[in-house]
Design a protein around this ligand. Structure first.
Ligand SMILES: [Zn+2]
Length: 105
């Protein structure tokens, strides 16, 4: 019994959460989605408000990271399987190239 908590941590710490959902097509680009494993960001993610607006309109399924919310525990996964749109990722990369100062805000 003494080793059980350690075993649980080993089994769950750093595990991969399935966050692929059931969406298969990008609503913006109408492209078929691909799968990837990305890191999960926990807590309040602060980014430039223009970034969030652009994301909604131009690259909603870039999914380079997965936002895990504010609840984190010892069993929280460190990465997630997601579906993404390659054209959204391209659009996001272009946005960051166009507005590099947004990284500093
Ligand atoms: Zn897309």
């Amino acid at each position: 019994m003494r080793g059980l908590p350690i075993l649980v941590l080993i089994l769950t710490g750093g595990c991969v959460a399935d966050r692929r959902g059931d969406q298969n097509t990008c609503p913006v680009h109408e492209s078929a989605l691909q799968e990837d494993t990305v890191r999960i960001l926990y807590g309040l993610v602060l980014r430039d408000p223009d970034y969030w607006a652009a994301m909604k309109a131009r690259f909603p399924l870039s999914n380079r990271e997965y936002l895990g919310g504010c609840m984190i525990g010892c069993c929280s996964a460190s990465s997630a399987q997601v579906r993404f749109c390659a054209r959204c990722r391209q659009a996001e990369a272009e946005w960051w190239a166009q507005y590099p100062e947004a990284l500093k805000r």
